[in-house]
Write a new protein. Structure first.
Length: 228
């Protein structure tokens, strides 16, 4: 048990290290932060002073080690743009994030799983093909494209939903739907595949042979095992 926990912890540390390294590399590849923040018309003296203030004049490996040390010691630094604690700026946006992500998660579960199960129970039918088609469209179309399409339809053409803001609950409908469509498609495909696999197992045929109602077979035997 101890070995299992240690292996898991080591994998977690390696994963975190890989993620923060990737973030560091991507940020450095995106351009010189001094030029991005100050603009192209700023004198070179100002650029050099900015780099020295933020440690950007140091060799890249020293910047990387300082970055890793800060991450693992809980020091997330100060925003170059706002001159405020980076952690504080992130935490400020957590409530608004949860207002979108939690309803989106609930919507994914309420639509994606039942759709996948229904498609599996009606395999090779028109409904099954329809669910698969919509699922593929859902998780292949980029979310920003889907969001623009929804705004065009429901805000511009129909005028029934606002295109931005967060004053009322109606302002969250389009963002929530946009965030959930891809997940609904993925959950529907996973649920369908899992149910099809479970329905072919011997214990399902045994339960059916016991003259149980098909609904009881699905709820008591198929769904619990497919949920795994």
């Amino acid at each position: 048990m101890i070995r299992f926990v240690l292996v898991r912890l080591m994998r977690a540390v390696i994963t975190i290290l890989a993620v923060v390294t990737f973030a560091f590399v991507v940020l450095r590849m995106s351009g010189d932060p001094a030029q991005v923040m100050l603009g192209p018309d700023v004198p070179q003296d100002a650029v050099d002073a900015f780099r020295k203030t933020w440690g950007l004049d140091q060799p890249i490996w020293i910047q990387y080690l300082a970055y890793i040390k800060s991450i693992f010691t809980g020091d997330f630094g100060v925003s170059m743009r706002d001159k405020a604690s980076a952690l504080h700026l992130v935490l400020e946006r957590v409530p608004a994030t949860l207002q979108l992500t939690l309803p989106a998660l609930i919507l994914k579960l309420m639509i994606g799983i039942p759709a996948g199960v229904y498609a599996a129970l009606h395999r090779q039918s028109f409904a099954d093909r329809g669910v698969i088609t919509l699922a593929i469209i859902g998780f292949t179309v980029p979310s920003f494209v889907m969001g623009l399409v929804l705004v065009l339809i429901f805000s511009v053409l129909l005028g029934v939903l606002p295109s931005g803001g967060q004053d009322t609950w109606m302002h969250g409908i389009l963002p929530t739907i946009t965030m959930s469509i891809g997940g609904i498609g993925i959950l529907a495909r996973f649920s369908r595949s899992a149910m099809i696999e479970v329905l072919g197992q011997p214990y399902i045929r045994t339960a059916s042979a016991k003259v149980l109602k098909w609904r009881d077979v699905i709820w008591s035997h198929a769904l619990p095992n497919a949920a795994v």
